[in-house]
Design a protein around this ligand. Structure first.
Ligand code: FMN
Length: 352
């Protein structure tokens, strides 16, 4: 597969790893041996770019107490062992920066009620802040973010982008999807504000665009910034592809380089999520590329390499973000029958 150049960063191929939270950080938000082995295996497996999981821009922006964080220099330095291993293997190390909003302070997915179970302050949790004060499902109700809270979110993202650079990441992604804080501000289903950050689409876009501009300014100009965008909320009254296209044009003007295209999950409703369908966001990604002129990489239900090849071959999309298929098989990217033995790590070649 051909390389892809974004600003001064060249990614060796178009099969990339989608961000997937591991809930394996220490209490201080630093990566552990788990992260090195987990991401390291996918780099050995020839993935072009690894988007390290949602990493909080401050302690109160975490989803759980086991989230990675990039809000101080000690954390940044602790990421270096991971970023340098990936870079040595020829994989571009990238990280997703996140503010959880009203979906924050919940249990680990495999404990208790999981992502639907709040951890309250008395049990080691924290107060959450949302676009509005409405809860997500059974989770605790957030406090509505004040103007000063919005300023703090913007500055926290910018600071985390600087920490990501210090950590050795060559690209960052802003998490703007899946019902977390930026998506909450964007979607009329979660934003009932009457101030400058609510109301019409311009108002609802204001806070995420401030974040996009601040991250772009804080991260080195020769390296790309991605945005995980919501193509649709799937349900009546929510964001549509037209809304996403208008927003994508604004992101292009803010200097964003690539849209990682996802959807849904802004409210707790079984309809508010992508249906089971192969490459479910590929068509949306093509439409957003057309509308914005930006590079695009869809995520979602791309389960084999032939399909990945087909999507990138005609330049319909620029890369694919592979999630669960890479959890099942770290060598996913090397599985094509035509893969030359030389693509495998030298000590493995006698096996292929
Ligand atoms: C275990 C797990 C953790 C995830 N964590 C994140 C995350 O940290 N950030 C994010 O944007 N998406 C996250 N996702 C969504 C994936 O990035 C991906 O978009 C989704 O799984 C659909 O792609 P797939 O069908 O290839 O798995 C997660 C998915 C899984 C399965």
């Amino acid at each position: 597969m051909r390389p892809l150049r974004l600003r001064d960063v060249t990614v060796a191929n178009r099969v990339w790893m989608s961000p997937m939270a591991q809930y394996a950080a220490g209490a201080d938000g630093r990566p552990t041996d788990w992260h090195l082995v987990h991401y390291g295996a996918r780099a050995v497996g020839g993935v072009g770019l690894i988007m390290v999981e949602a990493t909080a821009v401050g302690p109160s922006y975490r989803t759980t107490s086991a989230d990675l964080g990039l809000w101080n220099e000690e954390q940044a330095v602790a990421h270096r062992r991971l970023t340098s291993f990936l870079a040595e293997r020829g994989t571009v190390p990238a990280v997703q920066l996140q503010a959880a909003g009203r979906k924050g302070s919940h249990q680990l997915p495999w404990e208790g009620a999981g992502q639907n179970g709040s951890v309250r302050g008395s049990a080691g949790g924290w107060e959450t802040t949302g676009a509005s004060a409405d809860p997500f499902g059974e989770l605790q109700a957030p406090r509505e973010a004040s103007g000063a809270d919005v300023d703090e979110v913007v500055e926290s993202f910018a600071h985390a982008a600087r920490m990501a650079d210090l950590a050795g990441y060559q690209a960052v992604e802003i998490q703007g999807a899946h019902g977390y804080l930026l998506h909450e501000f964007l979607s009329p289903l979660a934003n009932r504000r009457t101030d400058e950050y609510g109301g019409d689409p311009q108002g609802r876009m204001r806070m995420p665009l401030r974040v996009a501009r601040a991250v772009r300014e804080a991260f080195p100009a020769h390296e790309p910034v991605f945005f995980r965008i919501t193509a649709t909320d799937w349900i009546e009254g929510g964001l549509t592809l037209d809304d996403a296209a208008s927003f994508a044009k604004e992101l292009a003007a803010a200097g964003i380089d690539l849209l990682d295209v996802s959807s849904g999950l802004v409210v707790r409703d079984t309809q508010a999520r992508a249906p089971v369908r192969e490459a479910v966001h590929a068509g949306y990604a093509e439409a957003l590329k057309e509308a914005s002129g930006l590079a695009v990489a869809p995520t979602g239900q791309i389960g084999d390499l032939a399909l990945a090849d087909e999507l990138v071959a005609g330049d319909r999309v620029d890369a694919v973000m592979i999630g669960r298929a890479l959890l099942r098989d770290p060598y996913f990217a090397l599985r094509a029958p035509a893969t030359a033995p030389a693509a495998w790590p030298a000590p493995y070649r006698r096996a292929v």
